[in-house]
Design a protein around this ligand. Structure first.
Ligand code: SAM
Ligand code: DTB
Ligand code: SF4
Length: 330
């Protein structure tokens, strides 16, 4: 049981799931074992605690992005080693998706370095969705800002999830991105939701933000009605040439706490331990799974940076007795 002095503040989730920043920070400051015990209990009530969902990423359009996100090696505002690439041919994407399915992924996530989806590209990305869906995979895309009719077209093509991260708290957002604002992000998420798409939205920790900002990010996500079906928690992957390249790494236990708090706030969401796993020990990852993470990006690459190798993942999952969620029946 958790210490009694903390129990009153967190004994139950608000009936209408409206979490205050203060209540979230109280969770964060619980003794570590109390927080993990609570998060793990919530996790077991809603999920098979030994099953992981595997998503594989592919960058379908790389670099040259008009936004200035300080963490991102794909922004045209910074000089990085990245080579700009046009929208990938459909056969290449289909082949990568087939390989991801054969390797055990249940979801294929296609990412483009765009500020927003342009109407001229809609038929091409809709075709990518159709082809990937036909393989019996769940489909996810992250293409920047969307218009309502674009979201409807993607839904009709078979898109299951739209990824659009809020990245951090509303207060910290202008420190990280100046070319759009928080409301723009929420607006696209509303449009995706209105089209009937499932939402994948989370953020990045370790960008120099405070714990209050991490709590603020989770507050925004948890108070969505309903919260996103998928919540990726990324650790900053420092990319040479970006303004955040030399940010000191976040203490892994703070990541574990963030996962645990997210699990308590959003019991029914897939919670993805996302970018940054390569820098984590097996032990830190095991703690994240115990705290409620039940999804990972699986495959040797994220979008433009390295992920933990799939062969190492298979060893880790076997040693922890973790099974993987099958692709949905086609
Ligand atoms: N351009 C689209 C957008 O920003 O929505 C889609 C692609 S963008 C690369 C998708 C997400 O990747 C970002 O919102 C951010 O959360 C994450 N990301 C990008 N670079 C990262 C990095 N260096 N470390 C961790 N996460 C990163
Ligand atoms: C998400 O939350 N993380 C992924 C996916 N959604 C699109 C992207 C991580 C990118 C890490 C840096 C890179 O590889 O470019
Ligand atoms: Fe562009 Fe997305 Fe990178 Fe921001 S995170 S610079 S929007 S690709």
């Amino acid at each position: 049981m958790e210490s009694t002095q903390h129990a009153a503040a967190i004994s139950s989730a608000p009936a209408e799931a409206s979490w205050s920043r203060e209540a979230i920070l109280e969770l964060y400051t619980l003794p570590f074992s109390d927080l993990l015990s609570r998060a793990h209990d919530v996790h077991r009530q809603h999920w098979d605690a030994n099953t992981l969902q595997l998503s594989t990423l592919m960058s379908i359009k790389t670099g040259g992005c008009a936004e200035d996100c300080k963490y991102c090696g794909q922004s045209a505002s910074y000089t990085t080693k990245l080579q700009v690439e046009k929208l990938s041919p459909v056969e290449e994407v289909e082949q990568a998706a087939r390989a991801a399915k054969n390797a055990g992924a249940s979801r294929f996530c296609m990412g483009a370095a765009w500020r927003e989806l342009k109407d001229r590209d809609v038929p091409k990305v809709a075709e990518l969705v159709r082809r990937v869906k036909a393989l019996g995979l769940e489909t996810c895309m992250t293409l920047g800002m969307l218009k309502q009719e674009q979201a409807d077209t993607l839904r009709d093509a078979g898109l299951d999830y739209y990824n659009h991260n809020i990245d951090t708290s509303e207060e910290y957002y202008p420190e990280v991105i100046s070319t759009r604002n928080y409301a723009d992000r929420l607006d696209t998420l509303d449009k995706a939701r209105d089209s009937g798409l499932k939402l994948c939205s989370g953020g990045i920790i370790g960008m120099g933000e405070s714990r209050g900002d991490r709590a603020g990010m989770l507050e925004t996500l948890a108070n969505m009605a309903p919260p996103p079906e998928s919540v990726p928690i990324n650790m900053l992957v420092p990319v040479a040439g970006t303004p955040l390249a030399d940010t000191p790494p976040l203490e892994p236990l703070e990541l574990v706490r963030t996962i645990a708090v997210a699990r308590v706030l959003m019991p029914q969401s897939h919670l993805r331990l996302s970018a940054g796993r390569e820098a984590l020990s097996d032990e830190a990852q095991a703690l994240c799974f115990f705290a409620g993470a039940n999804s990972v990006f699986y495959g040797d690459r994220l979008l433009t940076t390295d992920n933990q190798e799939a062969s190492d993942d298979r060893k880790l999952f076997a040693s922890l007795g973790l099974h993987t969620e099958p692709a949905p029946a086609s």
